[in-house]
Structure formats: C-alpha cells, structure tokens
Write a protein of this length. Structure first.
Length: 187
C-alpha cells in the first residue's frame, strides 16, 4: 500500500495500528501493509467497525499483520491489554466472536475486490500465483509480468486461454505453472 494510505490508517486508528513501527521481534506490522491500494477502503471500514466495538465494549485489538496471501487479505490481531472491559467469560467469547466476524468479513470481501484499484474483482490463478483483480488490472499483470496480450474483453478470455493451451500442448510446451509428470510427457 502506498505510504500516504498507510499513514492515513495509522493516524485514523492509532489504537489498532500502534505497533506499526515496532520492532520485528514484536510484530509483523513493522513491514507495513503488505497489499496494494485497492483494499484500502474495505480495510478502513473494518477498522471503523473494530473501533465501534471498542467504544461500546471497551474491548480493543492491535493489528499484528495485514497482508495478501493466496490472493486474499489476511488481518492478524491480538487483544489490546490496555482495553478496559469487565465482562463475564461468556460475554467475552461473544464479543471475541463479533470481532472475528468483522475481520472474516473483511477477508471475504477482499476475494471480490481488486487489490489494485478497489473495483469488483475475482480470484485469478496463474501458475503458482493467486491474484484478486478486476479484468483490466489482470490484463496489466499479464502484459507487464508475463508479456502476454490477453483479449481486451473478458468474455473472450476463456476462448483465448483454451486456444493457447491447445497450441502449447500441440508443441509439447508446458504452460506456466503446469507440471506434467515424466511418464505423461512420454505418451
């Protein structure tokens, strides 16, 4: 995420991101937000909900890591020892469940939000890499990183991919990320 958006979140939610510049022996937040700008808005909304829970219950959380993994967001937290709450064990479990639900919702929304631009996106897999991108941002990755000029319209992509795979297999080439067992390649 761009430095300006990183700073904005840390200033807006200092309780959640108080360890943003702490040493790596204490937190993985020392590396910042390990994802692109497109998830900024849904992360901001998530933090607002977490702060509302703290305001209503006194139960807060501290982020230990926010990153992309396998194409979707991960938001790892720990309880805030500075939180002021006096709940029974049962109530604390309920509040913890609500906090987990808020974070799970953020992580789920990331699977349908382009990590680059924030528009609607979908999980796309290329070789061993997972991306959640809108089609136009996906085209840019394919062109910039893999030098492939995929069709301009998403509706043409499946035909293009099938044609490409047929050409590669006809030439006995292996498409990126496809592993063919030794015995299968001799057939």
């Amino acid at each position: 995420m761009r430095e300006e958006l990183d700073k904005k979140l840390c200033e807006k939610y200092p309780d959640i991101f108080r360890d943003r510049n702490a040493p790596m022996t204490r937190t993985a937040m020392c590396w910042g937000f390990s994802h692109n700008d497109g998830w900024f808005t849904i992360l901001d909304e998530t933090c607002a909900k977490l702060m509302m829970i703290k305001k209503l219950t006194g139960v807060g959380v501290v982020a230990t890591q926010v990153k992309e993994k396998f194409g979707t967001a991960r938001f790892y937290i720990m309880g805030d020892e500075q939180s002021q709450s006096t709940f029974s064990e049962d109530d604390a479990k309920i509040i913890g469940g609500i906090i987990r639900d808020i974070i799970d919702y953020f992580e789920s929304r990331s699977a349908g939000t382009c990590e680059d631009c924030g528009q609607w996106g979908s999980l796309r897999i290329w070789g061993n890499w997972y991306y959640t991108r809108c089609y136009q941002c996906w085209r840019k990755i394919m062109k910039d990183q893999y030098r492939l000029d995929i069709p301009e319209k998403e509706s043409d992509y499946e035909d293009w991919e099938n044609k490409r795979l047929n050409e590669l297999t006809a030439n006995n080439d292996k498409p990126a990320g496809v592993t063919v067992p030794e015995e299968a390649s001799e057939v």
